[in-house]
Design a protein around this ligand. Sequence first.
Ligand SMILES: Cc1cc2nc3c(=O)[nH]c(=O)nc-3n(C[C@H](O)[C@H](O)[C@H](O)COP(=O)(O)OP(=O)(O)OC[C@H]3O[C@@H](n4cnc5c(N)ncnc54)[C@H](O)[C@@H]3O)c2cc1C
Length: 436
Amino acid sequence: MQSTLILGAGVTGLAAGYASGWPVYEAAATPGGICSSYYVRPGTTERLPRAPDDGEAYRFEIGGGHWIFGGDPAVLRFIRRLAPVQTYQRRSGVYFRRDARYVPYPLQYHLAHLGEDVAAQALGEMNTPAARAPVTMDEWLAARFGPTLMARFFGPFHERYTAGLWTRVAPQDPYKSPVDPALARQGAQGKTTMAGYNIRFVYPEAGLDTLARAVAGHGTMHYGKRAVRIDPKRKIVVFDDGQQVAYDVLISTLPLNKMMAISGLETDDAPDPYTSVLVLNVGAVRGARCPDDHWLYVPDAEAGFFRIGCYSNVDPAFLPASSRAAGNRVAFYIERAYPGGEKPGAEAVAAYAQAVVEELQVIGFIDDAEVVDPTWIDVAYTYTRPGSAWRRQALERLDAHDIVMVGRYARWVFQGIAGSIRDGLMVGSALRDFGF
Ligand SMILES: Cc1cc2nc3c(=O)[nH]c(=O)nc-3n(C[C@H](O)[C@H](O)[C@H](O)COP(=O)(O)OP(=O)(O)OC[C@H]3O[C@@H](n4cnc5c(N)ncnc54)[C@H](O)[C@@H]3O)c2cc1C
């Protein structure tokens, strides 16, 4: 009988383990990967893996607010069976920090908020035919939105969101920046409709950690097992505690670049770039000018972040129990991108955290901060250089050694929790039933 292992107990690996029954090996001590909640009591620094019995803790997430959007009905049914969920209607926008102006998301369908002149100019510039087909993301955005919106929002925002990569990578995921001229015209006249890929989302009533634990409960889990080397010829995984495990087929959810590095396989093309994200979770006394949005895209924050999300505006259950009715506290996640792997040192992170807290106080979103807790997401957003064949070559080399890459980071694509669960379920059940 074939022996198959799964590497990584994020939602993809958990779903693959659920569907197949194959053992899952995970570096961390808990399941969920970046989709997991943790809890911190006000005024403390200790991360608790579960909500304390008295409920007196902020709920945060490792990777910042993780809202489950866009799932097809079968995946949502799977999620609901394991963890009851609530449904929410998105409230998000762009926040221009310097002039304290809010524009609902997506900005291109709410042009009336930028004033009549700017709206008219922006409308006239949208979808202008370019002299040549756009090759890079900045060229593609410029052709879609034109110079006025590029200068005001899309340029400075993408510079931060991609940590400067947008001038060197290929356009991708066009649905994130939709342009429907009819909706743009309506928005310029003040009439708006909800648009985008995440208008509604669901979230587990008792926290994302309950979903991860429920899926893990159906699998064979091995925690504290970091794969440090793979011998693709002998088909052996070596873990950081020295254990070696042989496999016939390896299912990996680890980022594609890391997997290539630990397996010693090579490609002709150089690896494609990615960004890392520093997520700062902040629990605080609610400020007088704290908005009601679930999240805001910020092109001009002094501290350099690109998005600020408010867990407790989605649901007060993210607050310590005694504050839920009064709403006198607030729980935020703040995301800043860095060129892939360029992790700042502890002192730089502390200085950045201080700058974020001060900026949130100046703009009136928070008063005193009670918890300030950073997490480094090493591979957060993945990109492709124009013409690069690295991704295809890497996936093929691994596949040729019976290493099947599954999930967002493993396949170097953009997708959410629901898409990742679908991938894991599909690969787990298809390969279990039909073999390789
Ligand atoms: C900043 C940010 C915000 C996001 N927001 C949303 C959102 O709101 N909604 C949404 O649907 N999606 C969101 N996503 C996407 C979502 O996080 C992913 O789709 C999902 O987490 C992918 O799960 P995964 O299991 O493939 O990867 P991961 O969660 O990364 O899981 C991989 C697992 O492998 C383990 N591992 C790593 N190295 C090793 C090793 N050497 N040996 C053993 N184990 C190892 C890790 O510890 C981890 O548990 C967001 C992503 C980012 C970066």
